[in-house]
Structure formats: structure tokens, C-alpha cells
Write a protein that binds this ligand. Structure first.
Ligand code: ADP
Ligand code: TZD
Length: 561
């Protein structure tokens, strides 16, 4: 047989990915995947090389959220694989579709623990943290393995999939014709799942009897691109809505039916709550008092049947995909069947007004040095001219204030720490979002949060991505230590010049200490379309421990006595 008739594992992996429309890979090179990455790039796949696999994985995860195609992260074996695992687990937790593809060492040696280079039983290590995990052991199975990984990542509730590629499979030859025939083009990887008519009828009946209905929209609804159907439903019924953090912008934050500025009142007083693509986890106080009304009855729309009743009884479960479900709801309800509740909307309107006025005093103050509110006011005002900017946000206070102060107008434009409250997503999400959207990204970062992925500033500069990173620099995790004292467990270097990091890589650094400086720097940085980093010095005493979730800190029982 001549060489011309042969293919190999490397080529089959790239062919299988391209056959399925995968055009971007995030990763870190090394044994045994370097040639795989070279080949992918040579064949026209865009490759983004990172400084750490966790950031590459985070980029893949957010690319999955933004495109509904699995984001691909490629890593080397053992340590590279484990570095990528946090991102895979985070993707699974957040219901983002991604595939972590890792090369692995010689199975015969690994399985007998004979000490191979980068030895690890990766498949077993990945399984508990992934939605699915597969290993490809023969070159003729590459097509099927990649098809299964894609389908597992995007069908039903999306999640992270691990795909193990042994070095042996990558290097193995196969007859080219047999190889071509072994590839699988996945047909309809995420089939629509319309709900049962009786489930819809039950939900409509419950909502029709509500006096104080409320819709809560989660990032599942954002992922599903259901904004048109949801908007039609909400505007037809006049129902107030609350967006979860990453669902902000699904309907614009300034929509008159948004109850965001009266969140506790709306949740506490609603008699029927319609949950759409949001889990009743810690972010919603598990659906329990004191935030929630014990007697409220719930409709839950979710694609995952086992999500229903996870934390409290659901009176009207609607299992289906959100887009089909809201289209079906719109078609099934009679005009006026779900009545507008004017008194309820008036009461919510009054509470909103009170809260907005109370917040305005804090927001419009101009303390020196800046605090979170004043700095975010400057950021908000500069962003007003750029509604298409993608926002990445992590930290504690930086996250909590950022979520409340930065309004969103477009769906899927707010990307943040999400379900795990994880630090370290910043630069990976920013790069992933810039890579797949081509739009400007502004990452609003606590100084501690930034440190988890800060070296990726070099990646941003290398690819000349339109990413502006703003660091709210208060010298610490949550806040800084008092001057003159030794560093505490939450302290970070005082007066660190983060802006000089990006200058080392040819990007533009800004060091700002007041709101005009911050607003001006941000406007200039976005307009430049080039990598920039703004070191925004804020008051080291600004910020509370753990931001808005201090109640989750266990307290010493002995000291309390
Ligand atoms: P949030 O953090 O915004 O509250 P969660 O991540 O807790 O949102 O919830 C997202 C929910 O959306 C998950 O339960 C997931 O099963 C669901 N989901 C994801 N995609 C779809 C879809 N296309 N249709 C219906 N539900 C979906
Ligand atoms: N490690 C990881 C992976 N995730 C975490 N959430 C934490 C540690 C603990 N943690 C938080 O929950 S927030 C935070 C840490 C370290 C940083 C807060 O400080 P910051 O933000 O400077 O980023 P603020 O705005 O100053 O509060």
C-alpha cells in the first residue's frame, strides 16, 4: 500500500472536527498534541494558544455558551489535563457545552502504574466532573468518538465532555478510504424538545389564576436564544420579570416590566413564579423562606426532567426546550387568559422607585479615592456609548456591585463567575468571547480575581484582541489591609502597578485614580480596539468580606460565646 492511501489519527481528528463545523480550538501545546494543533491550524482551524489550560478551557466553555456549538479545549496529558479539569467541571456546573480533548500516555503502562511520562488515568479522573467521558482506542473510532462527544455536550442540558485521545491512536495509520468512511457528521445535535400539551395547559391554568405572577429568567434561557419568544410572552401577559445575572439583557434592563430593582419584594410576594432556565440553587436561596413566600406556587420550564422538585415542590413542571416552550405557550394561551395585574405592577413600580432613589445617592457620590459605586458609575457611563460590548465580571464586591450597576441591553453579553462563584474565569472568558464574536470585551475584575488568570494578558496581546481589562485595585481579597500592618490572609501587595503588566507585552496600560480618569481611559481603550488594562485605584477600605454573600461564611462557635 502506498503512503498516499493512508491517513492517521491526527488527520482524522481534524477532519472529524471540521466535518462538524468546529472552526476554533483553544489550548496549550505539548506532548502528544503539538502536531495535532499544527495540523489543525494548517487546515484552517483558528487556534488560540494559552499560558494555562484552565484559561483555555474557560475560553472554550464561554465560546460554547455564546455559539451553541461545543467549545474545544486541547491539552497535554496528566498535569495539562488536570489544569483543564477545573474549566470542564465549571462548564458542566454552568450547563455550557464544551469538550476537553486531552492527549494521554501509553495505556499499557498507565494501567499497570509503571510510571510513564505524564502518567494518569485521565478517563477515570474526568468522569465525576463531566457530563460524559469517552476514550478513543482505535483510529477507526475517531469519527464516532467525536460525534458522541459533540452530541453529549450540546443535547439536553448542555455540559462539559471529556475526550481522551491516546498518543498511540493519534500516531496510528489507517487506510484513507476507510478513514473517510468512518467519519460521522452529526445530524441535529441538539434536537428541539417541545413540551407536552397537558404540561402547557397546567402551567397556563396556574398563571391564569395568579394575582401576583413573576417570571425569573436564567442563563438557560439566554443560552437557548429564546429572547423573542420570552419577550412576546411577557409583553402579552404584562408579567414582571427578574433576570438572573447572565440572563441580564435577554430583555433590556430598562424594560418597564423588569422587577430587578425590587427583587426581594417581587420574590417574597409573588403567588405564582414562572422559572425559565434557572435552577433553584443558592443563587435563588433554594426557593425557601425568608426570601421566598412559602405558599407561592411554581411553574418550572427546564430541559432537564430531574431538575424539577430539586429544592421545593413544583406545581407545574414543563419539561422541554425553552424556545419551543415559549413559542407553544404563546400559541396556546387565549388573549387575556393570563391577566395583567395592575395593582401588583404598581406596587413593584413604587418599590423600584424607592430603591433606585436610595441607590442614586450612593452612585452619584464622588469620594476620593473612588469606591465600587463611583468607579462603576464611570464605567457604566463610558459603556453607554457601546451597547455591543461583552462584559466579563468577577471578584466579590466587584461582581456584586457590577451586576447591579452595569445595565445590559443585549442578550448573552454578560459573562460572569456563574453558578460556582469561581475566580479565574476572567481572561479566559474575555479571550473566548472576543474570539467567537469579534466584538470588544471589557473585563471588570477584582484585583484578586484578576490574579488567577492574569498571565493571559500576554495571550490577549499576542492575538491583538479588543479586550480592555479594568482592575478594581483595593489591595486585597475583598479589601486591603490597613497601612503599616503585616499582610493578612486577605491582603495583596499595596499599590501594585498592574498596568505595567500589559505594557511588558506591548499593550496600553492606564493608571487611574478618579472617575474622569477611569471613564476617559475606558472610552479611549474601547475606541482603540486594542488590548488595554486599566489599573483603577479604589479605596482599600471599600469592600465587604465576601461581598453580598457574607452570610455564607461559617463563624467560630467558640468565639461567639
Ligand atoms: P442561572 O444561574 O441563570 O439561574 P442555571 O444555570 O441555574 O441558571 O440554570 C440553567 C438551567 O437551564 C438548567 O437547569 C438547564 O437544564 C436549563 N437549560 C439549559 N438549556 C436549556 C434549554 N435549551 N431549554 C430549557 N432549559 C435549558
Ligand atoms: N478560589 C476560587 C477558585 N474561587 C473563589 N471564589 C475563591 C477562591 C474565594 N474568593 C471569592 O469567593 S471572591 C475572591 C476570592 C479569592 C476574590 C475577591 O477579591 P477581589 O474582589 O479583589 O477579586 P473585590 O471586589 O475586592 O471583593
Amino acid at each position: 500500500m502506498s503512503d498516499a492511501e493512508l491517513t492517521d489519527g491526527f488527520h482524522l481528528v481534524v477532519d472529524a472536527l471540521q466535518l462538524n463545523g468546529i472552526d476554533t480550538i483553544f489550548g496549550v501545546a505539548g506532548i502528544p498534541i503539538t502536531d495535532l494543533l499544527r495540523l489543525a491550524q494548517a487546515k484552517g482551524i483558528r487556534y488560540f494558544g494559552f499560558r494555562h489550560e484552565q484559561s483555555a478551557g474557560n475560553a472554550a466553555a464561554i465560546a460554547g455558551f455564546l455559539t451553541q456549538k461545543p467549545g474545544i479545549c486541547m491539552t497535554v496529558s496528566a498535569p495539562g489535563f488536570l489544569n483543564g479539569m477545573v474549566a470542564l467541571a465549571n462548564a458542566t456546573t454552568n450547563c455550557f457545552p464544551m469538550i476537553l480533548v486531552s492527549g494521554s500516555s501509553d495505556r499499557a503502562i498507565v494501567d499497570l502504574e509503571q510510571g510513564d511520562y505524564e502518567e494518569l488515568d485521565q478517563l477515570s479522573a474526568a468522569r465525576p466532573y463531566a457530563k460524559a467521558a469517552y476514550r478513543i482506542n482505535r483510529p477507526q473510532d475517531i469519527g464516532t468518538g467525536i460525534a458522541r462527544a459533540i452530541r453529549a455536550a450540546v443535547s439536553g442540558r448542555p455540559g462539559g465532555v471529556y475526550l481522551d485521545l491516546t498518543a498511540e491512536v493519534l500516531g496510528s495509520a489507517l487506510n484513507a478510504e476507510a478513514g473517510r468512511k468512518s467519519l460521522v457528521k452529526v445530524v441535529d445535535p441538539a434536537p428541539s424538545a417541545p413540551p407536552a400539551p397537558e404540561a402547557l395547559a397546567r402551567a397556563i391554568a396556574l398563571l391564569a389564576n395568579a394575582e401576583r405572577p413573576l417570571a425569573i429568567l436564567g442563563k438557560g434561557a439566554a443560552y437557548a436564544r429564546a429572547e423573542a419568544e420570552i419577550r412576546a410572552f411577557l409583553e402579552a401577559t404584562g408579567m414582571p420579570f427578574l433576570p438572573m445575572s447572565m440572563a441580564k439583557g435577554l430583555l433590556p434592563d430598562d424594560h418597564p416590566q423588569s422587577a430587578a430593582a425590587a427583587r426581594s419584594y417581587a420574590i417574597g410576594n409573588a403567588d405564582v413564579v414562572l422559572l425559565a432556565g434557572a435552577r433553584l440553587n443558592w443563587l435563588l436561596s433554594h426557593g425557601r423562606p425568608p426570601l421566598w413566600n412559602e405558599n407561592a406556587r411554581l411553574v418550572q420550564v427546564d430541559i432537564s426532567p430531574t431538575e424539577i422538585d430539586s429544592n421545593r415542590a413544583i406545581a407545574a413542571p414543563v419539561v422541554g426546550d425553552i424556545k419551543s416552550t415559549f413559542a407553544a405557550l404563546n400559541a396556546a394561551m387565549r388573549p387575556g387568559q393570563i391577566r395583567r395585574q395592575a395593582a401588583w405592577m404598581d406596587e413593584i413600580g413604587k418599590r423600584k422607585q424607592q430603591n433606585i432613589e436610595r441607590m442614586a445617592a450612593r452612585l452619584n457620590a464622588d469620594p476620593s479615592p473612588m469606591n465600587f459605586s463611583s468607579a462603576l458609575r464611570a464605567v457604566r457611563n463610558a459603556l453607554a456609548a457601546h451597547p455591543d460590548v461583552y462584559i466579563v465580571n468577577e471578584g466579590a464586591n466587584t461582581l456584586d456591585f457590577g451586576r447591579n450597576i452595569i445595565d445590559m441591553n443585549l442578550p448573552r453579553h454578560r459573562l460572569d463567575s456563574g453558578t460556582w462563584g469561581v475566580m479565574g474565569i476572567g481572561m479566559g472568558y474575555a479571550i473566548g468571547a472576543a474570539a467567537v464574536t469579534g466584538k470588544p470585551v471589557v473585563a471588570i475584575e477584582g484585583d484578586s480575581a484578576f490574579g488567577f488568570s492574569g498571565m493571559e494578558v500576554e495571550t490577549i496581546c499576542r492575538y491583538e484582541l479588543p479586550v480592555t481589562t479594568i482592575i478594581f485595585n483595593n489591595n486585597g481579597v475583598y479589601r486591603g489591609d490597613p497601612a503599616g500592618r503585616p499582610y493578612s490572609p486577605t491582603g495583596l501587595l499595596r499599590d501594585a502597578r498592574y498596568d505595567r503588566i500589559i505594557e511588558a507585552f506591548g499593550g496600553k496600560g492606564y493608571h487611574v485614580t478618579d472617575t474622569p480618569g477611569l471613564g476617559g481611559a475606558l472610552a479611549e481603550a474601547i475606541a482603540s480596539g486594542k488590548p488595554a488594562l486599566i489599573n483603577a485605584v479604589i479605596d482599600p477600605t471599600a469592600g465587604t468580606e465576601s461581598g453580598h454573600i457574607q452570610n455564607l461564611n461559617p463563624r467560630s462557635a467558640a468565639q461567639a460565646r
